[in-house]
Design a protein around this ligand. Structure first.
Ligand SMILES: *Cc1c(COP(=O)(O)O)cnc(C)c1O
Length: 421
């Protein structure tokens, strides 16, 4: 196993923690920018290529500003995410609205912003038209059902709540065509945290072939194919990141065959990746409060699953580095825990780590996506700060930690006192 790298030394992190108390998430700007450029470069053969960052992964305006500077768009699926896009000055077709079970006011907001509206359901065509009106560009989310094996995480597409069936897709585009709509896109997303580049090539193959069929049957042309998110990251030290060059080359092959070959180019390729963009560049930094020896050894941190839910929610592996003089410490097996009154509040179970001592700094890797974002307040746990390690080495606080005042803000203690029981 190769050790996973950190963008800071123990000394630097100790220094940072004197100003910003643990726990906190810290994001590495340099890493994010480098990956963003690599992603865009890999698809330079496709004019109009765009990655719409799935903002749910790390809904922070500082992060979105950085990614926008790298020519990313934003993928939103809720009112708050649309407003966040608006607040960082994003408008029009740099916003993708991929939602499901959508309330009318969200469609209305998306339409006002000029976002690309990606419809999740056949019935949403009529709903959208009746409640807010049809946009000039419409995209449908395709669920290939049993035609495509879902990956291990998303499972079988026919069990997934998302998207149109194949028949609905043909019918839906026909309805829109007959209503005079002229601009079309298509979307699918059938994987989550997938590390095999071939998987995305197959997804592109399915969409490109479908575009050719839809063109043949209905005479409509497509502006873009959105291949969704789901690009995985190597959470474990022995895993490999998705080879973007290889993925792109494979997609280019099927593009040439089905799009160029049928006279349907240019077709813009879009992604709405979240995890791969920010995941590996975020770290949850925490301090060891207690070492407990009972039937097992426990290292109790000052962070909890309220700061990072993935291990408890999905049993996900997150690599852990103990910042001590690692080489000189003997190894022991630990459960690394938080303080929630939930026995699944564990960042790792039976993990072999260098001897951990009270007061040690512990870094949990790959928390840059679906980390802070999934935070919650159960047990009165407050959400932590988010920090940004700038390219020049400076550290900026890009979200302050929550206070008890924030936590109690929706309660009225005065009213409670007057309340007769
Ligand atoms: C979550 C989500 C994404 C991003 O998925 P990642 O696994 O973070 O890449 C993209 N599109 C939709 C519709 C999603 O729900």
């Amino acid at each position: 196993m190769t050790e996973k790298k950190l963008p800071f030394t123990k000394e630097e992190l100790e220094q940072i923690s004197t100003k910003f108390p643990t726990p906190f998430h810290i994001y590495n700007e340099k890493g994010m920018r480098e990956y963003a450029r690599k992603f865009v470069d890999a698809f330079s053969w496709n004019p109009g290529f765009k990655e719409y960052f799935a903002i749910k992964a790390t809904p922070n305006p500082f992060i979105m500003k950085i990614l926008r500077q790298e020519n990313f768009g934003i993928d939103c699926s809720s009112m708050a995410e649309l407003v966040l896009a608006e607040k960082v000055g994003m408008r029009g077709e740099e916003i993708m609205f991929t939602s499901n079970d959508t309330p009318a006011y969200e469609f209305k907001k998306a339409l006002e912003l000029g976002a690309i509206i990606n419809l999740d359901d056949f019935a949403h065509i009529g709903y959208l038209e009746e409640k807010v009106g049809l946009p000039e560009l419409v995209c449908f989310r395709y669920n290939p059902g049993s035609l495509k094996e879902g990956n291990a995480i998303i499972g079988h597409p026919e069990e997934a709540k998302y998207g149109f069936t194949r028949e609905q897709l043909f019918e839906g585009y026909k309805i829109l065509r007959d209503k005079g709509i002229k601009r079309f896109g298509i979307h699918t997303m059938v994987a989550s945290n997938e590390l095999d580049p071939e998987y995305f090539v197959e997804t592109a193959h399915i969409l490109f072939e479908l575009i050719a069929e839809l063109h043949q049957t209905l005479g409509i042309r497509f502006e873009f194919a959105n291949l969704g998110g789901g690009i995985g990251i190597p959470y474990k030290p022995d895993q490999q990141a998705v080879d973007l060059e290889r993925m792109s080359a494979g997609i280019q092959d099927v593009y040439n065959k089905f799009i160029v070959g049928n006279g349907l180019s240019p077709l813009k390729i879009y992604f709405e990746s979240g995890r791969a963009i920010t995941g590996p560049f975020g770290f949850l930094v925490s301090r060891v409060l207690h070492i407990k020896n009972t039937y097992k050894k426990y290292a109790g941190l000052d962070a909890s699953m309220a700061n990072l839910m993935r291990p408890a929610l999905y049993g996900s592996y997150h690599h852990i580095t103990v910042l001590g003089d690692e080489e000189n410490r003997s190894k022991f097996m630990y459960d690394v825990t938080g303080s929630l009154c939930e026995n699944n509040d564990k960042f790792a179970i039976n993990r072999v780590l260098p001897k951990i001592m009270t007061g040690d700094l512990v870094v949990i890797h790959d928390t840059g996506a679906h980390g802070h974002a999934m935070g919650f307040n159960y047990n009165g746990k407050l959400r932590s700060a988010e920090l940004l390690l700038r390219e020049n080495g400076e550290v900026a606080e890009i979200r302050r930690a929550e206070t008890l005042e924030d936590y109690f803000a929706t309660l009225d203690f005065g009213e409670a006192e007057r309340f007769e029981v």
